[in-house]
Design a protein around this ligand. Sequence first.
Ligand code: NAD
Ligand code: MG
Length: 381
Amino acid sequence: MRKICLLGATGSIGKSCIDIVRQFPQQFRFTTLSAHANIEDLYSLARRLKPRSAVISAVEDIEEWRRRFHKIGVELQQGMPALEEAAADTEFDVLVNAIVGAAGLKSTLAAIQNGKTIALANKETLVAAGELVMSAARKHNAAIIPIDSEHSALWQCLVGENIDQVERLILTASGGPFRDKPKSFFRKVTVAQALNHPNWDMGAKITIDSATLMNKGLEVIEAYWLFGLKLEQISVVIHPQSIIHSMVEFVDSSIKAQIGLPDMRVPIQYALTYPQRLLNKLPRLNFIEFNTLTFFEPDTVTFRCLQLAFDALAEGGTAAAVLNAANEEAVRAFLGEKIRFDQIPHLIEEALQNHSNHRSVTLENIMQSDSWARNFVRKNQ
Ligand code: NAD
Ligand code: MG
C-alpha cells in the first residue's frame, strides 16, 4: 500500500489522479488532499476518500469548516505554510504535485528534503527553479517522476537505455486551437476560443499556455532539467493528433516513441506504479481509427512564446523564473479580459528585457525574480 499526498486535488490532474487511485484500492491510499479556494469540493473529496488531513490554502475563515471536516475524521489545515508542512510530513510515500503555477515550488522542495518520491505535474516548479530542485533531489535521493505526458513518454522511452547514447529528445505538441491561424488573428482571440483545446481537457492556465505554445516552451525547460541533456538536444515537432506523446532519438539513428490516446490518467498511473505497470480499464488506442499521424515544424515567429522559452533557458540564471511568473500573470490578465491574447508574449518579452538577472539561483533570488516579474506585468498590462 503506497500512501499519497495529493496537492491540487480539485484540479484537472487532481481529479484524474483520484480516478486512478480509486481503480486500485489495494495499492494506494490518500493521506492528505489540498485545494486552493474550493472548500466545498475539497470537503466532498475528503468525505469520499477519507484522508487523514486536508489543506485549504486560500480560504481564511474556516472555523465552521474545521468542525465539519473533524466530524468526518479529517483534520483541516489552512494557508500556504500548512501546505508546505503537509508536503514535509513523513507519513506518506509519494507526493503528487498537481498545483498550478510556481505556487507549487516550496511544497516540492519540502518533500524533496525528506527524500520522498515526487510525481510531478506542476511543471512550473522545474521552469522557475530547475537547477535548485534537481540538485536538492540528488542530494536527498528523492526521485522526481514526471506526470506531464511528454515527459512521461520520454521517461518510458528511456527505461533500460543509457542517457549518454541519446542524440535528442523530440517533444510533440498538438499546436493548440490556433495552429493554422495567421498572426493577425491573435488580436481578436476571445477567452472562450482560447479555452477550447482540440485534444485535451485541462485547467484554464495550461489551456491558454497550449494556445500560445508557451506550454511547449515550459516543457522544453522541464525536459532540460529532468533529463540533464544539452539545450541543442531538445527539439519540438507539431503533431496535431496527440497520439505520439514524445520520442527519443538515439546515436544509432533509432527512434523510440511512446504512443496512446491522449488521456492524462495513463502518465499519472505510470508515475504512481513505476517501474511496474498495472492492468487497468482505460480505453485502448485503435490504430485503424487514428490512421493518419502528421508532423510540422513549429512556427516560433507566430508563436513567440516558444522562442522566448528557448531564449530564457539559454540565458540561464533567473530568466526562466521571470518567464514563468510573467506568463502566469499575463495569462491571468487575459482570462480576466484585462489584456488581449496577443499581448501575452509582449508582456513576457518586456519582463525578460527589463529584468536584472541573478546568476546565482538561490530560492531567495528565484522568489524575488518571480515577484518582480508579477509586479512588472501588473503595472504594464
Ligand atoms: P487546475 O487549475 O485544474 O488545478 C489546479 C489545482 O491547484 C487546484 O486543485 C487548485 O485548487 C490548486 N491551486 C491553484 N492555485 C493554487 C495556489 N496558488 N496554491 C496552491 N494550490 C493552488 O490545473 P491542472 O490543469 O490540473 O494543472 C495542474 C498542473 O499540472 C499544472 O502545472 C499544469 O501545467 C500541469 N499539467 C496539467 C495537465 C492537464 O491535463 N491538466 C497536463 C500536464 C501537466
Ligand atoms: Mg504536456
